[in-house]
Write a protein that binds this ligand. Structure first.
Ligand code: ADP
Ligand code: MG
Length: 686
């Protein structure tokens, strides 16, 4: 919103030391403060008479101090400070613990507002550690209103932030509204200055609602406009590489170990066309797990190298990098294309050799993790950048990589199914190709939902599979309190599996606290069938491909999002074997049960994603937040799906149908252009 760029030190009470604390929260300017929206509110607008206090409920009282506060000590040597206060209906004791400041904070007769929970102890009413505010303070910003609560940092209190925001509101000039009146009326949006004021210090719950609506709408609108803007920048002016049309590619396709599905053919044609064109390719290939995206990457790399350029493939983890290295080496064998893996565990010498090879152009294709973006990697002639399963890969990283070549083409691959309704805001700056067909002969992954009473039977079922030579994944019960506990429970869980059910099998464990090479070691042994059962915490790396694994057992399945369950399920069913996914949960929650039942009925990732959104839209947020969505301050794509839709309508109204008057459009464009530069740096398309 870019209200004003004046430093917060212009505000009374914020000196350099205080400012540094605000900086810790990312707050440097008055504008930053105004955009630092509360994380919640408490309605303290009502004053309760002491006589009417309900024990164990929070309330605000307007009282006078009966004397000075008294200090004492509890049996456990805690300092306890007690202040007796009264109104015309009764008295109560306010108490604080280990707060040396309180003792001298009040004089007899001081008039104060206090807010807190009241307990009845014997005959007395006690308000523990109340929030308080002196009535002599010129304006009440902490009590006697709907009070905002902000995220804090050490050294800053709610009062500090409220005071600063309050001052900022006074300091800031009135802002021009991004939305012209016509638009505001059409979509029921409140005026911007009203909204900023009411999001911080709501005059009423209704006004707060109006403010939220407008600001959420604006967040959605800004992101969509920003993406349209980026897309324009990408396609305008910049000249990309024109890769050659080559007949060799046909031959290459004919020699693949399988026949491409028609979806793969279509998608590669779209990719080819982009590559041969004069623009810069910015294409997303979306396809469910197992739909065969890797071969598309291989084809694009082949085309790239045959045109005399280098290509690179970037993946989120080293395990995945090694796997891709293996697959690509296989697919590209007999082509003379030189492929190298760049990874963390390499010795200095090995690494040096690869880096030199890349620089001199002896290496045609580099596979690796984020390390490739680092600046000591320089390419001879980079023409194509492919990212796989890189949900956290932002516009910025893409720009950094692009800078390593002369406008290389970009291909982004993902299996994360994003509901159609959301794909614009998530991938709005990319052209999208969808592989909507599975390679033939794929067996359905049978999915079951059971409760833990059936565990014994389940284990026998898995054992049978192991004896037939298959392997299994077990995803541990979730522990959220801490890494340490999670680790403990993972170890216990794998011990339990081993000692109770799988004495004669090898059980391996993969958890988040392991080093990369330890993880690799375990994965390697699993791939070599030395380990029969792989126990893993939360997430088995996306994209891991062990075709012989045919069982996926997920404990506490209700605690995962449907999309995540679908990803996990995608780890099995990759070979020719019948595979199974077993969701274990004892949840009594009906919606959670319904979600799990739905998982047993469909294997289609897009259907799962749509359904997931429906469930979340119903207000139930279970399991983990679906990853891959941009961070908003207020908006939540699931909860605010209706506003998202409305904002899309506005985007169409303005950009596609050109319905705004010239003058309105010009004004709006001016404000937008100012913001875009800032936004370009900030958005990360997850
Ligand atoms: P994902 O889209 O999940 O990355 P992969 O590219 O890893 O999928 O492919 C999954 C498996 O399917 C691989 O073993 C691959 O060899 C195989 N595959 C890909 N395309 C075809 C096809 N057209 N016919 C048969 N098998 C295929
Ligand atoms: Mg893949």
């Amino acid at each position: 919103m870019n209200y004003t760029d004046d430093s917060i030190t212009n505000l009374k009470g914020i000196g350099p030391a205080k400012a540094r604390l605000f900086n810790k929260l990312g707050l440097y300017t008055i504008g930053d403060l105004l955009e630092y929206f509360p994380r919640g509110y408490k309605d303290k607008s009502e004053i309760t008479k002491i006589r009417d206090i309900m024990p164990d409920e929070s309330c605000t009282v307007r009282v006078r101090a009966a004397g000075k506060a008294q200090e004492g000590r509890t049996r456990s040597r805690l300092i306890i400070t007690k202040l007796t206060v009264f109104d015309d209906t009764g008295r109560l004791n306010a108490v604080w613990f280990n707060n040396r400041f309180i003792k001298n904070a009040f004089r007899e007769g001081d008039e104060v507002l206090m807010h807190g929970k009241v307990k009845r102890i014997g005959k007395d009413l006690v308000m523990e550690v109340p929030e308080y505010e002196r009535l002599s303070d010129s304006e009440s910003i902490n009590l006697m209103r709907i009070t905002p609560y902000y995220s804090l940092t050490e050294g800053l209190s709610q009062k500090d932030i409220r005071k600063a925001v309050y001052a900022a509101l006074k300091h800031a000039e009135k802002q021009a509204d991004l939305f012209p009146e016509e638009l505001r009326r059409k979509y029921g949006l409140a005026e911007i200055n009203f909204c900023i004021s009411n999001i911080h210090f709501p005059e009423s719950m209704d006004k707060l609602k109006l403010a939220r609506k407008r600001l959420i709408f604006e967040e959605f609108f800004m992101l969509q406009s920003g993406l349209i803007h980026i897309k324009k920048l990408n396609s305008a002016g910049q000249k990309g590489i024109r890769f050659k049309k080559t007949s060799e590619i046909k031959e290459f396709i004919e020699h693949l170990p399988f026949k491409l599905t028609s979806a793969q053919e279509r998608v590669f044609e779209e990719v080819s066309k982009d590559m041969e064109g004069s623009g810069i390719m910015n294409r997303l290939v979306q396809g469910d797990v197992g739909s065969g995206k890797t071969v598309i990457a291989a084809l694009a790399l082949f085309k790239c190298v045959r045109s005399g350029y280098q290509g690179t493939m970037i993946v989120p983890t080293e395990i995945l990098a090694e796997q891709h290295m293996e697959t690509l080496t296989n697919l590209l064998k007999n082509t003379g294309i030189e492929i190298a893996l760049l990874k963390g565990g390499m010795t200095g010498k090995e690494k040096q050799k690869v880096l030199e090879g890349i620089k001199e152009g002896k290496i045609d294709v580099v596979v690796g993790t984020h390390a490739i973006i680092q600046d000591n990697v320089s390419f001879n002639k980079l023409g194509l950048v492919i990212t796989d399963e890189q949900h956290r890969f932002g516009v910025r990283q893409r720009a950094l990589l692009s800078a390593k070549g002369e406008n290389p083409d970009m291909l982004v691959m993902t299996a994360t199914p994003i509901p159609r309704t959301l794909s614009l805001i998530v991938y709005g700056d990319l052209d999208v190709s969808i592989i909507d067909e599975m390679p033939p002969g794929r067996k359905k992954v049978e999915t079951y939902f059971i409760d833990s009473a059936k565990k014994e039977r389940l284990m026998n079922f898995v054992k049978k599979g192991l004896d037939e030579g298959r392997q299994a994944y077990f995803v541990c019960p979730l522990v959220e309190e801490s890494d340490k506990l999670e680790l403990k429970s993972a170890i216990e869980y794998s011990e339990e599996l081993k000692n109770k059910y799988f004495r004669n099998y090898n059980v391996g464990l993969l958890h988040g606290r392991m080093k990369a090479d330890e993880k690799n070691e375990v994965m390697y042994r699993f791939r070599e069938k030395e380990i029969h059962i792989l126990v893993s915490t939360t997430v088995i790396e996306v994209g891991v491909n062990i075709p012989n694994a045919a069982y996926m057992v997920i404990e506490d399945a209700d605690r995962y999002g449907m999309a995540q369950l679908h990803q996990l399920r995608g780890r099995v069913g990759r070979g020719g074997h019948q595979s199974y996914c077993i969701l274990i949960s004892d949840t009594g929650n009906e919606i959670a049960q319904e979600r799990l039942k739905y998982m047993t009925k469909t294997e289609n990732g897009f259907e799962v994603a749509e359904k997931d959104m429906e469930f979340r839209g119903s207000g139930e947020v279970l399991g983990q937040r679906q990853h891959g969505l941009p961070g908003f301050k207020l908006a939540d794509v699931f909860r605010d799906a209706k506003l998202l839709k409305l904002s899309k309508e506005a985007v169409e109204y303005i950009y596609e149908n050109n319905k705004l008057s010239n003058e309105d459009y010009k004004k709006m464009k001016e404000i937008l252009d100012q913001r875009f530069q800032k936004m370009l740096d900030e958005i990360t398309l997850n």
